[in-house]
Design a protein around this ligand. Structure first.
Ligand SMILES: [Fe+2]
Length: 191
């Protein structure tokens, strides 16, 4: 299930919309040119190797990339590994990478094949927290100020679409706005 929570950019406690209605979510995001769509969810995707996952989504990927715009398509995956003593540091490092507000030179296009993560889109006077879960495809337009939280226990598989090899590189605004907003875990706990 996906969740959208729209808050005032000046005051996270001022919640203007909170919905799991996919039609409402698509309409709200669509107003800002943010694409939101669904692809089928596979059984036990975490057991499927990345190469095979891309193959299983070949038709959907081909349709999305009909223009050939995305030259680099890969899979990012992270799963909790409590047996690994390094896991807490790995999780923290991965999470902190995009927790501060930034933007990219190209659209940030992600399909969640498993797990979850939250994009916070800072659009004018509002912040749209968009929790993506398995089956969700989101495209954040180039230049949009945003941040991403994968939570205390990062756990997701995402297909990523890039025009340039370094398309994932973030241009950080230096604004610490993200610290004042509920984390992914807090957003989910409230539902
Ligand atoms: Fe980003």
């Amino acid at each position: 299930m996906t969740l959208l929570q729209v808050m005032s950019a000046d005051n996270a406690a001022d919640v203007r919309v909170r919905t799991t209605d996919e039609t409402v979510i698509a309409a709200e995001l669509g107003e800002y040119g943010v694409t939101y769509a669904h692809w089928p969810v596979l059984d036990e995707p975490e057991r499927i190797p990345s190469e095979e996952l891309l193959e299983r989504y070949r038709a959907e990927v081909a349709e999305l990339n009909a223009s050939g715009r995305y030259k680099h398509i890969d899979i990012a995956r992270i799963h909790p590994d409590d047996a690994n003593p390094q896991w807490p540091a790995i999780a923290k490092g991965a999470r902190e990478k995009f927790l501060d507000e930034h933007r990219h030179a190209e659209d940030e296009v992600r399909f969640f094949a498993a797990g979850r993560g939250c994009f916070y889109l800072h659009l004018g006077s509002e912040v749209l927290a968009t929790v993506c879960e398995a089956g969700d495809l989101v495209s954040v337009p180039a230049g949009t100020l945003h941040w991403f939280d994968m939570g205390d226990r990062p756990d997701f598989i995402a297909i990523r679409f890039f025009e340039e090899e370094d398309g994932w590189v973030g241009d950080f605004s230096g604004d610490k706005i993200s610290a004042g907003f509920p984390t992914l875990d807090e957003l989910l706990a409230a539902r």
